[in-house]
Design a protein around this ligand. Structure first.
Ligand code: ATP
Ligand code: MG
Length: 564
């Protein structure tokens, strides 16, 4: 990757790993993994985990690597579509797993062997209690659990039953394999957790080979060990699972690696939800057009919206790692997006809500071309010629019929500068029968080109953008806004409430705008700054050169920087 953040902040995870490297733990190797369950599309929260895990591998090269491993142990919720989208997203963020694309399902046979091993050691048993009985006998935070009547079965009997489970002799729910740890542990995860359950379900990779599937808590640490992961980094909700993780690493013999787990706080972002399950609800209910709707916080959504990988990496770097839950402002993410787009997006002139201006003293039929810099932040982006003629469009809200002390743009009789052209004076406001302004008749002053001040008239305070009418391209513009009206939709809905009630009904507005000719040929994915308006991106799915559709990535105004 060419432009990874150069010097990541120090944080408790990095300090821990540095200490391990200094102590030559694992001979100084740092091997991490990003372990998604392929049950949905990745979101911006996952980007934090991806940047951490893959970032650490880059920082510790050459004695390092990061694996992409699909934790595909739940066949009923997983799909190939998700597996593919996750790979696309990780690569888009700029990371590579090299040869290390793995699936927990590749280890099913090995994991089965480990389970047999635990049974032989008297550390696992087949439990035939009903799911209700198991729940009832689990105890509570104040009461210890009640041991299952099956708990003291012999290893031989357990082996036979486990083999029958695998052979499909039982219905779903008839029995499970449990670890034999401690029914009185204050940590509920150690009260004989389930290791295997019966699921007569087709798996997207193993087909119908299995009807028992390992639980995440069993498969995850052992998959880490099999891949010789050194540091298994996950979010705080797994903290209480850590003792089980360690118990398995300790009690299964012959593991090729001895990873340990550490937890960091997940990313929470205002005006959105970061949970695949909830995002799936939005998709299923048709509240968005799909996982890659540009309003979605999914990686595929923000990619379509025009967010850049560099901006997302910078955001993750800025947010940093902590041990405590926190809420990050969406404005910070947008700030990072703007900073990057300011560097890379070419400037163009687009008028979103046009009103026509006729320059009555400009020769009819004449067209001149004004040479403009594509990107003042990057002169290598070159220049383009923008036509200018007698009839133009300006933004309707750059004109007001009533003058006001704080309004410096066009008013009747007033003067304004057309950016990179000259100053114009509004001589006449033309209205239709209904009293709507349809046209402004203006005169231009040749002497005010190249920034020259008007002579004998007051100083011109306002500068506005414009598009020449005859050559203007009609382009579809989709103005996106926050997906939710509440900063914390889940909290606002409360326990048992429905976060979907806070979906912002005004989160998308579609306009036909007037653009300078170059925009007509926008390639899908092209990034622009519409001068004075905002950052936009040609939609990668529906936009075509000749019929462009432009998504608003982010408005120009940066409330975050101002608030700092
Ligand atoms: P979700 O709740 O959205 O379904 P998940 O945690 O179930 O997310 P996984 O596929 O299991 O999703 O996640 C893969 C990795 O991404 C895990 O290590 C998880 O800790 C991490 N992750 C998930 N959500 C976030 C988040 N909001 N911030 C940081 N890391 C996250
Ligand atoms: Mg999960």
């Amino acid at each position: 990757m060419s432009d990874a953040p150069a010097a990541p902040h120090r944080d408790f995870i990095r300090e821990l790993i540095d200490a391990d490297v200094a102590a030559q733990r694992n001979e100084g190797w740092v091997i991490t993994r990003f372990p998604p369950e392929p049950n949905g599309y990745l979101h911006i929260g996952h980007a934090k985990s991806i940047c951490l895990n893959f970032g650490l591998a880059l920082e510790h090269a050459p004695k390092s690597r990061c694996h992409l491993r699909f934790d595909d142990t739940n066949p009923t919720k997983e799909e190939v579509e998700y597996v593919e989208s996750i790979q696309t997203d990780v690569q888009w963020l700029g990371f590579s797993w090299g040869k290390h694309l793995h699936y927990a399902s590749d280890y099913f046979e090995t994991l089965y062997g480990y389970a047999q091993q635990l049974i032989s050691k008297g550390l696992a048993y087949v439990d035939e209690q009903s799911p209700e009985e198991m729940r009832a006998n689990r105890g509570s935070l104040t009461a210890p659990g009640i041991p299952s009547p099956c708990r003291e079965r012999s290893a031989a009997e357990n082996q036979a039953l486990f083999a029958e489970m695998r052979a499909g002799k039982f219905k779903e729910g008839a029995c499970v394999l449990r670890a034999k740890i401690d029914m009185a542990s204050p940590n509920m995860n150690l009260r004989d957790p389930v290791l295997y359950r019966i699921l007569h379900a087709h798996h997207h990779r193993t087909g119908d080979a299995w009807c028992i599937y390992p639980m995440y808590d069993f498969a995850h640490p052992l998959s880490d060990a099999l891949e010789q992961i050194t540091h298994s980094l996950c979010t705080l909700e797994f903290e209480h699972h850590r003792p089980l993780y360690e118990w398995l690493i300790e009690h299964v013999d012959g593991l090729p690696g001895h990873p340990y787990q550490r937890e960091f706080a997940r990313l929470n972002l205002t005006y959105t939800v970061l949970s695949k399950r909830k995002l799936l609800e939005l998709v299923k209910d048709g509240l968005v057009t799909g996982w890659d709707d540009p309003r979605m916080p999914t990686i595929s959504g923000i990619r379509r919206r025009g967010y850049t990988p560099a901006a997302v990496r910078q955001f993750c770097e800025t947010v940093g790692l902590t041990k405590f839950p926190s809420l990050t402002e969406l404005a910070l993410l947008e700030h990072c997006v703007r900073e990057d787009l300011n560097r890379v997006a070419n400037r163009v002139y687009v008028v979103l809500r046009p009103i026509k201006v006729v320059l009555t003293n400009y020769p009819e039929g004449q067209v001149e071309f004004i040479e403009l810099t594509n990107n003042p932040e990057n002169l290598e982006a070159g220049k383009r010629s923008v036509p200018l003629s007698r009839e133009l469009y300006i933004e309707a809200d750059d004109f007001r019929e009533e003058a006001a002390a704080d309004f410096f743009r066009l008013v009747p009789g007033g003067e304004v500068r057309l950016k990179y052209a000259f100053c114009i004076i509004c001589q006449e406001v033309v209205k239709d029968a209904a009293g709507q302004v349809v046209e402004l008749h203006c005169t231009y002053d040749e002497a005010t080109r190249h920034g020259a001040k008007p002579v004998g008239r007051p100083k011109v305070k306002g500068t506005i953008h414009w598009v020449s009418a005859a050559q203007a391209a009609d382009v579809e513009v989709r103005l996106y806004d926050k997906l939710f009206t509440e900063p914390q939709p889940e909290e606002a809905a409360g326990e048992g409430g429905d976060f979907r009630q806070f979906v912002n009904p005004a989160s998308m507005e579609v306009l036909t705008a007037k653009a300078e000719p170059s925009v007509q040929h926008a390639l899908p994915g092209a990034l622009y700054q519409f001068e004075r308006v905002g950052y936009f991106c040609a939609d990668t799915k529906e936009s075509k050169p000749g019929a462009p559709i432009l998504n608003r990535t982010v408005a120009l105004k940066d409330s975050f920087a101002k608030g700092k």
